[in-house]
Design a protein around this ligand. Sequence first.
Ligand code: LLP
Length: 418
Amino acid sequence: MTQAFTVEGGQMYAEDVPLTQIARQFGTPTYVYSKAALHGAYRSFADACAGRDVLICYALKANSNLAVIDQFAQLGAGFDIVSGGELARVIAAGGDPKKVLFSGVGKKVDEIRYALAQEVLCFNLESAQELDRVNEVALSMGKRARVSFRVNPEVDAQTHPYISTGLKENKFGVEFGSALALYRKAATLPGVEVTGMDCHIGSQLVDAAPLLEAMDKLLQLVDQLAAEGIHLHHLDLGGGVGIRYTDETPIDPAFYLGEVFKRLGARKLTIMFEFGRALVGNAGVLLAEVQYLKHTAQADGRNFCVIDAAMNDLIRPALYQSYHRIEPVMPRAGAGQVYDVVGPVCESGDFLGKARRLNVAQGDLLAVMSAGAYGMVQSSNYNTRTRAAEVLVDGLNVHQVRRRETVEELFALESIVP
Ligand code: LLP
């Protein structure tokens, strides 16, 4: 993984640009992405698939800024989407809709029609009713939809329950035991063409074993279907590969893909992935400024470091108790104190880190690390806070890829009753 954010000569850089310069130019809070890190992450998977029949799709729910989509389009990636809106983003960024997988449990008729008009590569179906709907919509347009079923392999991804998706109790996918019957039915419908099988068992996995176990289970079905004359064209193993937030040892792409190809054997299937976090997570930081330090006098009391980024900018700590490293942009000598790093939002759940040892003063800049995935995309305007700016660094150049919102824009769609 490309080291995009490094401390040199007493300050942190994004590639070759000091973060202090970015804060001066664009203000805070600002999401800062590294082009080299995006490319490096993609290449670590692409290199491990060299010479193989593979389509790496980028799950753009992780970070759907047009500039990020554009980078992956240039690298030759496909895309995994979960809404008509995401398809519009792929197209707006110059991505190829014919390399798009359409996932998600709740596709509406309009979205299906739009995706068919754009000739997406495949609909990842998640229920029997969705099969019927896609078939009907396709027939009404005189088209045939390429489809795959998202099979729930009933494998425990051993990750946070909110981001675990491959168990019976989850809303996702079709039951393993009903998959064959659904494929047999789909094969008879004139509005669909059965082309693949997919799964996605969860996110931020740090062990490849559950992913490979899921693959083994899907291959059983693939082989059974082939024996019945239903030949699939691709197997989509979803996303889920985790990143290092603190001290995790992430799955090694070369190891994982090596194991995948070993299992695939001589089968003639295109392998597809839907990676989100692994492609963008460590390519971004959230840059913020210290507003106030509140020290308590009590021995058992807490100290608070109030910064200008909050749960509305990065909700992961509040929502999943997830850990993001928080680093000073210009580290000071000395041990400092232990702080809860919090934002200005009026909720006790508004924290970005708890019990962090920091040596900071009012006005210092902090970088909330590993914020490239599920950061800006999950932001909101809670407390009428304008959302952060986003910049993409490329060597010595900084490109603003989303400007900060204005307060007027936040209520521009509202009106007072006459
Ligand atoms: N494919 C499907 C069908 C998915 O549902 C997801 C993520 C992905 C691919 C990409 O997974 P990844 O490679 O990023 O693990 N907001 C949460 C993560 C939610 C993931 C939802 N699905 C977080 O901040 O941790």
